[in-house]
Design a protein around this ligand. Structure first.
Ligand SMILES: [Zn+2]
Length: 258
């Protein structure tokens, strides 16, 4: 970061070296980043070291900056249009899905494109590939395990290859009643949301959940939200787990928790 940003004679100086000049929304993102740095970092007393108030001890780490960017990207006030809706789910899930389909998740590939220095562009979960949206949410082996479990729970086979756009906009709707489509979409969205949360847990706290625990969490969360929000009769927990309620689910005999 010190190569790009300096504080000289009381003024901030930014030295970028773009492969390609930023344009469009990237300019906004860059401006946000610049004000974030101005607000949160200052030079140490009489030294050339950085003080950054994102961490309580004042030290600058790319992790704390990345966490802050993550937070500001995902929690900035929504105009009300920056969301996708599934009436069974809380607003925050719709906002996450909207941002992710607009490629506004701070995956390493995107942060790098925006000029943020990172130690590595590799996926924090598997370390085998560059972390893009497609990779972290669907193509990573870790994500595949989770999707496999979720699809199996619903008596489906996970499509081997799927575009990110299709993933959250209605894949796997074949043969479902409209009510079940809402529920299946809720399951898909929450799956993506929890895969991303788990990724952040790994990046920022260096721990993560086993796939089976995430699958269980998906079942618990969606169940709770459906029962809180829908006017339909409350789902029975056992039927929900076995996916054989009378809401039009295909019956699944060999539920594997993952
Ligand atoms: Zn991976």
């Amino acid at each position: 970061m010190s190569e790009r940003v300096q504080f000289l004679n009381g003024l901030w100086s930014f030295t970028w070296s773009w492969l390609r000049n930023p344009y469009g929304r990237a300019v906004n993102d860059l401006n946000n980043l610049v004000s974030l740095i101005k607000d949160n970092a200052k030079l140490g007393n009489g030294s050339s070291s950085w003080i950054c108030n994102l961490e309580s001890n004042g030290s600058y780490t790319s992790r704390s900056v990345a966490a802050k960017i993550d937070e500001s990207l995902l929690s900035s006030s929504s105009s009300g249009q920056e969301t996708m809706r599934n009436k069974l789910l809380p607003h925050k899930i719709g906002i996450f899905i909207w941002r992710s389909t607009k490629k506004r998740l701070p995956v390493r590939f995107e942060l790098d494109k925006r000029g943020i220095d990172l130690d590595s562009l590799l996926c924090p979960m598997c370390g085998d590939d560059v972390e893009t949206f497609d990779h972290i949410i669907y193509n990573c082996n870790h994500a595949k395990e989770i999707w496999d479990g979720v699809y199996r729970w619903w008596g489906k086979n996970r499509p081997p290859d799927i575009s990110y756009d299709n993933l959250f906009k209605g894949s796997g709707f074949e043969g479902l009643t409209s009510k079940s489509k809402d529920i299946w979409q809720a399951v898909e969205w929450v799956t993506g949301y929890l895969i991303w949360k788990n990724r952040n847990q790994k990046v920022f706290h260096n721990n993560s959940w086993a796939s089976s625990k995430i699958i269980n969490e998906i079942q618990v969360k969606v169940y709770g939200w459906i029962n809180n929000r829908s006017h339909a009769k409350v789902l029975d927990w056992q039927q929900w787990l076995l996916n054989q309620s009378n809401m039009g689910f295909p019956r699944v005999n060999n539920l594997d928790p993952g």
